[in-house]
Write a protein that binds this ligand. Sequence first.
Ligand code: RTP
Ligand code: MG
Length: 154
Amino acid sequence: MQKLELTLAIIKPHAVSNPVVRTFIRNILKTKFIVVRTKRVTLDTDTACRFYQEHVGKFFFNRLTTFMSSGCIDLHVLSHVNAIEMWRRCLGPTSVYKGQFQDPYCLRGMFGISDTRNVAHGSDSQDSAEREIKFFFPEFSFYHWRLDDEEWFR
Ligand code: RTP
Ligand code: MG
């Protein structure tokens, strides 16, 4: 039996504020994934710093957290078999420049403006996905999701 996996997608402020990019991404999410939860929020810098705690001390940390708290972001809990890898493949490499060469049709290659404004975030492992979903959706029940998930394949 193939197991459904969860991941967190975050659409970054410049992508949310662009209706063409926003609609394009929404269509990908709706056609390729089961969208389990969705929420639009604006982060304060303190919350952005807590979310990106693994990057504290890196040269891009201030730039990233300032940008991520500069406007609305869209949060999506996505499900699919292999959702984590699948969403990261849709995104393409962190570097927009690399994306444009390696896979011109990845989201970062198509709509990325810089390594900071690179369209969207995707969890990089099952542990990160769980931490990140709990961070933004504290009421989300992984237990019930897993039960539902088994129901899906009965
Ligand atoms: P993400 O977490 O956003 O899905 O991106 P990722 O795994 O591909 O990359 P990660 O290393 O986790 O970096 C998180 C975000 O930090 C910004 N970043 N800028 N060289 C740079 O200027 C640089 N490196 C990373 C990006 O916005 C990246 O999405
Ligand atoms: Mg990452």
